[in-house]
Design a protein around this ligand. Structure first.
Ligand SMILES: Nc1nc2c(c(=O)[nH]1)N[C@H]1C(S)=C(S)[C@@H](COP(=O)(O)O)O[C@H]1N2
Ligand SMILES: [Mo]
Length: 356
């Protein structure tokens, strides 16, 4: 994976990443629960091979009672199922200028699945981390090189964050066993946080006495001003609204055409910080409030809609959400060196055609 930023055209290296790591077509915003086949994907290295019969999850390190669990051990526990909206921290990266080089997401690195699993907290309690434990490190079975560092994909959480009741060891997505690309046979699921936290192909949970300094924690996933800025860690999902594309598109440009008259503009909004409390729709230069549907789940997006009397000509639609912390999406580009958390308001140019 390339490093740094560019003002140049999209490279073959970025295109290669984009074809492996596809986004959700935005018309997928129609569904409360994203069909598995159009849920976005982000895979740093390769999808690893696994053998379900010999697969184990090891919970160890600084604990009193290390555990070695089979898939059946985990599946035999009481199951929790919940809809969770997950978004890649790099969503919106390709809209930044200059452009950080990594997966060139526009708006589409998001999806909501119903995940089934069992709370991690119960297993952690059984393993009994010693008092001086500060974090749990989660290791995936995938392996590669990033930033010249050979590594397994690893992320950590404080014991407090990792043992919240909504944090799951998940083995099903939308009522079916996890597919290989989504972390089969087992992944961590951390609702509310950007996707990098939800480690796929999970094989090991290790209690440690010092904050974890692995690549995906200490180097990657930081809000940095520039290359030398240590920056801040990327954590929960920033508030965001997206619009279901109105009307119909052209191919290949995907410009939208709408027939004049009454149009319902719809979309979804979410935040990993707090409930979404307001969505506004911009029609040219005027903002108006959208009606909100109930959230699909405590950790899932909510639908919104707004009527528009569309008049012939060129119009610019946009949408922006606010959450209960009072935070609203920015209308100016929130640039950072890795292109993380770009929740700039979405704009959708439409051509309204006179009715027949
Ligand atoms: N082991 C492992 N876990 C991983 C990743 C990875 O590359 N390896 N990618 C992370 C990132 S950056 C995101 S956004 C989510 C994407 O999950 P999905 O592909 O199931 O949508 O998985 C996360 N978990
Ligand atoms: Mo991601």
């Amino acid at each position: 994976m390339g490093e740094g930023v560019t003002e140049g055209p999209l490279t073959l290296e970025e295109l290669q990443l984009a074809t492996r790591n596809r986004g959700m077509p935005l018309e997928g915003l129609r569904y409360d629960i994203t069909p598995t086949g159009i849920h976005y994907l982000l895979i740093h290295f390769d999808i690893p091979e696994f053998d379900a019969s010999s697969w184990r999850l090891e919970i160890g390190g600084n604990v009193e009672r290390p555990l070695s669990l089979s898939l059946d051990d985990i599946r035999s526990r009481p199951a929790t199922a919940m809809p969770v909206t997950m978004e890649c921290a790099g969503n919106g990266r390709a809209r930044l200028f200059p452009r950080p080089i990594s997966n060139p997401w526009l708006y589409e690195a998001v999806g909501t699945a119903e995940w089934t699993g069992t709370p991690l907290a119960e297993f952690v309690a059984e393993a009994e981390p010693r008092d001086d434990t500060v974090e749990l490190v989660f290791t995936g079975a995938d392996h590669g090189v990033q930033g010249d560092v050979e590594q397994d994909y690893q992320r950590s959480l404080t014991v407090e964050d990792a043992t919240r009741p909504e944090v799951l060891l998940a083995y099903e997505m939308n009522g079916r066993p996890l597919e290989p690309q989504h972390g089969a046979p087992l992944r961590l699921l951390v609702p509310g946080w950007y996707g990098m936290t939800s480690v796929k192909w999970l094989t090991r949970v290790e209690a440690v006495t010092e904050p974890f300094e692995g690549y995906q924690q200490a180097v990657s996933y930081r809000y940095q001003r520039d290359e030398d800025d240590p920056g801040e860690r990327v954590r929960r999902m920033r508030v965001r609204a997206l619009m279901t594309p109105p009307g119909y598109p052209d191919f290949p440009g995907r410009r939208r055409f709408v027939v004049a008259g009454e149009v319902t503009i719809r979309g979804r909004a979410w935040s990993g910080e707090a409930e979404v409390t307001r969505v506004e729709v911009g029609i040219d230069d005027e903002w108006r409030d959208a009606d909100l549907e109930p959230p699909v789940g405590e950790f899932a997006w909510r639908g919104w809609s707004c009527r528009w009397d569309a008049t012939p000509g060129e119009h610019l639609l946009s949408c922006r959400a606010t959450d209960a912390t009072g935070t609203t999406q920015p209308v100016e580009q929130p640039w950072n060196y890795q292109g993380m958390g770009n929740n700039l308001v979405q704009t959708v140019p439409v051509t309204v055609l006179g009715s027949a």
